[in-house]
Design a protein around this ligand. Sequence first.
Ligand code: DOR
Ligand code: ZN
Length: 349
Amino acid sequence: MSERLSITIKKPDDWHLHLRDGEMLKGVLPYSSLDYARAIIMPNLVKPLKRLPDIIAYQERVLAALPVGHRFTPLMTAYLSDDTVASEIVEGYQHGILKAVKLYPAHATTNSAHGVSSISAVLPVLESMQKHGIALLIHGEVTDSSVDVFEREARFLDTVLLPLMKLLPELKIVLEHVTTTEAADLIMDGPANLAATVTPQHIFLNRNALFQGGLRPHNYCLPILKKEQHRARLMQAVTSGCQRFFLGTDSAPHEKHRKESACGCAGAFNAPVALSVYAQVFEQANALDKLEAFTSINGPKFYQVPVNDESITLLKKNYVVPNSIAIAGIGEVIPFLAGETLSWSIKRE
Ligand code: DOR
Ligand code: ZN
């Protein structure tokens, strides 16, 4: 096959994004709002977004932080907790305030202390979501500290997700940021109402990247990077054209000093590089023809929203990732793959 020098795709959406709040929101939002038309916004603020008035107020802050000329729709989510009331979720969905509901097992990751203690604790809410076609977005890791950190996703599938799918077979579920062969297999063989987002880091790097010549805090995220065999299977599944995988960056900025710390935060700020990384991975798999479905078609299909009208063009042209990004009022944030050279860049007019 002759080498592609450019590829034009429908404008992508990011189906999993952390924008934070305040100065950080203002600083990081443009990296998403420039190249994506819509994003599913994660609700794990320091005070989790559980109630509709808080979600509406946050959406207004996101819209107010948009740079002039950027057209970007933040699709909001509610943070599921043991005290979530089903009627409030249904009301939020029916009024177009909420697009989905996020389930964090309690203590699974950043700002998840208020997460769900067990599926039975939220069953009435989930039943109601199934009835109304509201998607449940899942951080799929068990939190039992006796389970090896590299096994937590696979264990979650067996002990939580599969029983949940049996209990509520029609519930729309997105397994977020999948990382393992087990998850890839489950999605490939699964029903139409089960889909997954895939991050750039989990199809580009394996766990060696955590320890390359020393400890690499900027490659630390949750779920943690896995062995090469998992990365390779994930890349193969995603580039196979299966419609139930779509783009979700999980871009999760933290201040530099919170990552480069004795107890560093989990999360990779990948919004500036994600599309270049995905293009490079699809090219490696000889599957550039399937990139657009992953970035721009499969997600809208699952969420039953129209595909975007606008397009963007990626060029086969080196992109040197900045070493650091200054965020006004915050300080430095180190982007994912800082200082590295990627082989695809986004065409700017
Ligand atoms: O690495 C992660 N960072 N994983 C998550 O699930 C949350 C995210 C964050 O909010 O920082
Ligand atoms: Zn996330």
